[in-house]
Design a protein around this ligand. Structure first.
Ligand code: FMN
Length: 162
């Protein structure tokens, strides 16, 4: 099985999670990047409206993979604008998709899972499972903090990943 871990991260928390997942599944890691980062308020406002951010061109093809891990921070209670763009542009026909999310709030971000799952489904993909980790806006998430919950999550889904 070929595994791809694709994510957006503004302050590296989601990136840390992506790197740990990638290690656990021996996957390729690809970062979605905005052409221009913009302000915190602007990012939150655009996300609240469900807008898409202008992203740099993508140098990979999801067709080369069986399992796609898609990661986003929560912005204003929604998915981040670069991930909105990715989900709108991509063809996920026949792909198993795993969603991972980081946010500062402690409650599970079900509405964000659901909105991502709906878009994955409309692009032909199937969401197998989701993962969430709470972060602290003042202290970056460390790989030590992330490692155990991620390895538990991956172990739970091992049957899909071999
Ligand atoms: C523009 C913006 C909006 C945010 N909105 C929320 C929010 O609505 N709820 C929440 O729990 N965290 C919110 N956060 C915190 C991030 O979700 C959290 O810090 C996340 O781990 C950041 O991931 P990153 O470091 O990969 O960018 C927001 C952060 C930013 C930058």
């Amino acid at each position: 099985m070929e595994n791809l871990v694709v994510y957006y991260s503004r302050s590296r928390n989601t990136e840390t999670v992506a790197q740990e997942i990638s290690k656990a599944v021996n996957g390729d890691t690809k970062k979605i990047e905005l052409i221009k980062d913009g302000s915190f308020a602007g990012a939150a406002f655009k996300a609240l409206l469900g807008l898409k951010g202008k992203i740099k061109s993508i140098d990979f093809n999801v067709k080369d993979y069986d399992n796609i891990f898609i990661g986003s921070p929560v912005w204003a209670g929604k998915s981040s604008t670069p991930i909105n763009t990715f989900l709108s542009d991509i063809d996920l026909t026949g792909k198993n998709v795993f969603v991972f999310i980081t946010q500062a709030d402690s409650k599970t971000p079900y509405p964000v899972y659901e909105s991502i799952a709906e878009r994955v489904g409309s692009k032909g993909g199937k969401v197998i499972d989701s993962f969430f980790i709470q972060t602290d806006m003042k202290n970056p998430l460390t790989s030590t903090q992330a490692a155990k919950p991620i390895s538990d999550w991956i172990d739970k889904n091992r049957a899909y990943l071999q």
